[in-house]
Design a protein around this ligand. Structure first.
Ligand SMILES: [Zn+2]
Length: 322
């Protein structure tokens, strides 16, 4: 395979991936490894993987982008407070540029994933490059990002989209220090608390619930209700036409989409206003195996809106579930 390739590096809380990506969304090569810890460890793993994938192609690599959790300033390349990676402060852009010998664009991981999802939808024909799309990341935590006509909404310090830390009630302690955050009912960590490992026979809570596990049934009910609330919040606050769900919980697949849509339908029953939003039709799930953050990171180097529409768009490279 030859042609235009871009390098995307996704530094996640547990795993780092480097991918060479074509502008139509096809992944030429991707390699991953457990993420390093601390500033040096994080950069070392990212550089090793990046050099490895670049060594697997003779095609020119036109641009490089990287993403990671935390407060990321795309202008300076500085990352702060990536707690899970034991990084308090890291000049990620400068470090990667020095080690890789090329310009590197950086972004927060959820925002990069949103960009990747937006571009995949547009390139694949299921969405439009002109639409406003909200991305809901259902990982260990809960976060979101909005892409408006190809531009990420960042807000001061990149904090736009941190809806997981909106207190909605309840007394579950959140990692942020508040009680009853949305994240405590709509995330992987919420599921782990509501349905502890020690009680599990099946790995999948929907399978367990169908098999009569009342604890799993209660947990997925809370989870779907919490995610439904997050979808409604995003639609009302951002006006996004589509809300795309991704992250680790996306692996739960069709039952998760059905559960969230059922919750959204229940909300519509009691309110003509909510009913008019037609939320069940506006929510969809990314396939769990699409490396959407690495794709988004790769496209950071492409970046600007006027450059966001690919020259030759082929068939849908990645179908959407739902
Ligand atoms: Zn919180």
């Amino acid at each position: 395979m030859s042609g235009t390739l871009r390098l995307g590096i996704d530094i996640g809380g547990t795993k780092t991936a480097a991918a060479l990506v074509a502008d139509d969304g096809r992944v030429h090569v991707i390699r991953s490894a457990p993420s390093g810890r601390g500033p040096d460890g994080v950069v070392d793993v990212a550089v090793r993987l990046a050099l490895g994938v670049c060594g697997e192609t003779t095609a020119p690599v036109l641009s490089t982008g990287a993403c990671m959790p935390g407060l990321v300033d795309p202008a300076t390349g500085l990352v702060r407070h990536a707690v899970n990676l034991e990084v308090d402060r890291l000049a990620l852009g400068a470090e990667l540029e020095a080690r890789l010998g090329t310009a590197v664009a950086v972004e927060n991981d959820v925002k990069a994933a949103a960009l990747g999802a937006w571009r995949l939808r547009g390139a694949g024909g299921s969405g439009s490059f002109d639409e406003t799309m909200a991305y809901l990341n259902l990982g260990t935590g809960l976060a979101s990002a909005v892409v408006r006509r190809g531009e990420l909404v960042r807000g001061i310090d990149g904090v736009a989209g941190e809806i997981g830390h909106l207190p909605i009630g309840g007394d579950a302690a959140c990692a942020c220090g508040q009680l009853g955050c949305l994240e405590t009912v709509a995330s992987g960590s919420a599921l782990a608390r509501l349905w502890p490992e020690s009680r599990r026979v099946h790995r999948d809570p929907f399978v367990a619930a169908a098999a009569g596990d009342l604890s799993a049934a209660a947990a997925v009910d809370v989870l779907c209700t919490g995610i439904g609330l997050a979808v409604q919040l995003l639609a009302l606050a951002s006006g996004a036409e589509r809300v795309v769900m991704g992250g680790g919980l996306a692996g739960l697949g069709a039952p998760l989409v059905s559960g969230v849509r059922a919750d959204l339908s229940r909300r519509a029953l009691s309110s003509p206003l909510v009913g008019a939003l037609d939320l069940p039709a506006r929510v969809e799930l990314l396939p769990a195996d699409v490396p959407v953050a690495a794709l988004g990171a790769a496209w950071l180097g492409k970046g600007r809106r006027h450059d966001a529409r690919p020259a030759g768009v082929g068939a849908d490279p990645m179908g959407m579930v739902g």
